[in-house]
Design a protein around this ligand. Structure first.
Ligand code: 5GP
Ligand code: MG
Length: 180
């Protein structure tokens, strides 16, 4: 596996993002909403860099993946969502790829009547977007490669890597089984 973004670069990127967010919200109370499961590490690091009153919440987005690695239909689970009515919400996801997940989550959230919703992603995969919505904050732009680590998985593994790595081939699998 090839390191794409080192632990130190991530730390600096997250601190830079937090400074931007702090400056924009001017101490206004915020609900930081992490998208399960990929955002958990990013969420825990980012909230500890923010210097303003905040609540943490979770929402789940999963696309069913069958025996192949082709993403299927997207399911949103709001069972864990805290009260966000009248609150400023910052939606946090690991990676912005086609943008379908972010667009869908933003549509769902509006129904819960937050005061405002912005979005932040750690990674932005360039040239893949199929929607008009773009994240308000992002840590790093990356090329169109499949990445793991720092919350991002392949087959639910590798989330615990401290850096972001490019997955060249699925372990023990033929090279052509790498997800797109
Ligand atoms: P989108 O809906 O923007 O196409 O995809 C967003 C979701 O796809 C992410 O939240 C993540 O779960 C998954 N995803 C997209 N690209 C990658 C990648 O390179 N690595 C991993 N591990 N997940 C990815
Ligand atoms: Mg995800």
């Amino acid at each position: 596996m090839h390191t794409l973004i080192s632990e130190r670069q991530i730390r600096e990127g997250v601190a830079r993002l937090a400074a931007e967010i702090d400056a924009d919200y001017h101490g206004r109370p915020l609900t930081v909403l992490g998208v399960l499961t990929g955002s958990i590490i990013f969420l825990s690091d980012l909230v500890r860099c923010l210097n303003q009153p905040l609540r943490v919440g979770l929402i789940q987005a999963s696309s069913y993946r069958g025996p192949t690695t082709t993403p299927g239909e997207l399911t949103i689970n709001t069972a864990l969502l805290p009260q966000v009515a009248g609150r400023d919400v910052l939606l946090l996801d690991d990676i912005y790829d086609t943008g379908q997940t972010l667009a869908r989550l933003l549509r769902e959230l509006v129904q819960f009547e937050p005061r405002s919703v912005r979005s932040a992603v750690l990674l932005w995969k360039e040239g893949r977007q199929t929607v008009d919505v773009v994240p308000d904050y992002h840590g790093f732009k990356i090329p169109n490669v499949f990445v793991v680590g720092y919350g991002l998985d392949f087959n639910d593994e590798f989330r615990n890597l401290r850096h972001i790595a490019r997955l060249d081939a699925a372990p023990g699998a033929p090279a052509n089984s790498v997800p797109e």
